[in-house]
Design a protein around this ligand. Structure first.
Ligand SMILES: Nc1ncnc2c1ncn2[C@@H]1O[C@H](COP(=O)(O)OP(=O)(O)OP(=O)(O)O)[C@@H](O)[C@H]1O
Ligand SMILES: [Mg+2]
Length: 138
C-alpha cells in the first residue's frame, strides 16, 4: 500500500490508515533517512492509539514505553546500537513478542533479529513537507 502524505497535516489520517492496514500485526518497522519523519509518524500513530504523553525518540535508552487507550506502545530507536548483542542484552524479544504495539526506528541495525512478521514502512522524502509511505506486510 502506498500512502502519499502531502503535508504534516495529513499524517494523522495516514497513521489511521496504517494502523488499519496492519490489522492484527502490531510490529511496525520504519525505514528512511535521517530526518525522513520516522519519529514524527510514530507520534501520529501513538496519537491514534490514545497515547497522551509526549512521544520522542528514546535517547538515554533504546526503548520508550507509552500507555495508549487500550494498548501499551513500545518505541525503539536502534540508531545508536553498537552491535546486535546490545539488543539481546536489553531483552528486545520480550517487547517484540509481548503482543503490544512496537514501533521501531533504524531496524537495519538489528537485521538478523527481525521477527518473522511485521509491517514494513519506508518513508521517502519527496519535498520539504511531502512524503511517500510505502507499506508492506512481511
Ligand atoms: N509529511 C511529513 N511527515 C513527517 N515529517 C515531516 C513531514 N513534513 C515535514 N516533516 C518534518 O520532518 C522532520 C522529520 O524529523 P523526524 O525526527 O521525525 O525524522 P526521523 O526519521 O525520526 O529522523 P532520525 O533518523 O534522526 O530519527 C520533522 O522536523 C518534521 O516536522
Ligand atoms: Mg527519529
Amino acid at each position: 500500500m502506498n500512502l502519499p502524505v502531502k503535508s504534516i497535516d495529513e499524517l494523522k489520517d495516514a497513521a489511521k490508515q496504517l494502523i488499519e492496514f496492519g490489522g492484527k500485526e502490531k510490529i511496525f518497522l520504519f525505514y528512511g533517512d535521517m530526518g525522513a519523519g520516522k519519529t514524527t509518524l510514530i507520534q501520529s500513530l501513538c496519537e491514534c492509539l490514545g497515547v497522551h504523553e509526549p512521544v520522542t525518540s528514546p535517547t538515554f535508552s533504546i526503548v520508550n514505553e507509552y500507555e495508549g487507550e487500550r494498548t501499551r506502545v513500545f518505541h525503539f530507536d536502534f540508531y545508536r546500537l553498537k552491535n546486535q548483542s546490545e539488543a539481546l542484552d536489553m531483552g528486545y524479544e520480550e517487547y517484540f513478542y509481548s503482543g503490544n504495539y512496537c514501533f521501531i526506528e533504524w531496524p537495519g541495525k538489528i537485521a538478523d533479529l527481525l521477527p518473522p512478521h511485521y509491517i514494513r514502512v519506508n518513508i521517502q522524502v519527496l519535498d520539504s513537507n511531502e512524503r511517500l509511505l510505502t507499506c508492506d506486510k512481511i
